[in-house]
Design a protein around this ligand. Sequence first.
Ligand code: TMP
Length: 207
Amino acid sequence: MPGVKRFISFEGIEGSGKSTQVKLLAEHLSAAGRTVLETAEPGGTRIGNKIRKILLEPQNHMDPLAELLLYYAARAQHVREVIYPALLKNTVVITDRFTDSTVAYQGYARGIDLSVINTLDEIVVPDMRPALTIILDLEVEEGLRRNREARKEDRFEQETIDFHNRVRQAFHQIARDDPRRVRIVDASRGIDEVARDVRRIAGELWP
Ligand code: TMP
């Protein structure tokens, strides 16, 4: 597979179960004797978590460019403080969201030109493509329903169904554009079934 060895990202719409699947894959790889770091965006660092608060507070009415730059500010800190150093120590890094989220949310869904995002990407995280990206896919309505049940109500949960459908379609497009790196997993099924698929796909990284 292409991309940075031992670097795996999970992507998907709201309520797709990423954090659960990140945790299960991390446990599986740890049990197999690998050193694993679980992390998430926006966040993963003290500064990143402060930026996350600004990004997700429902009462913040944010300019789309300000939003984009804050995601990249958090990412710059995350990559330099956490991800690079871990990869240098042979640790497997599994992140809950990375640049594909920016392409999907700020690019396809908000309408920021993809060339602006690609330029920022080259500046902030040059050559930092994961070796494997797993997109957990399910119906938008079902994802939002799961999050309501879990009482997760951040700034993005308030967006329209249309917005979330654009995000979902964007992830499909990203998978079509880069099929060697990106794999779609049906996340409408039970946790264990999804986890089995994820383990099988991740196993291809270490044939
Ligand atoms: P989470 O709910 O998966 O923790 O992610 C936080 C929110 O941030 C989620 O609604 C998706 C959004 N997001 C973006 O809009 N752009 C990005 O680059 C990232 C990493 C997340």
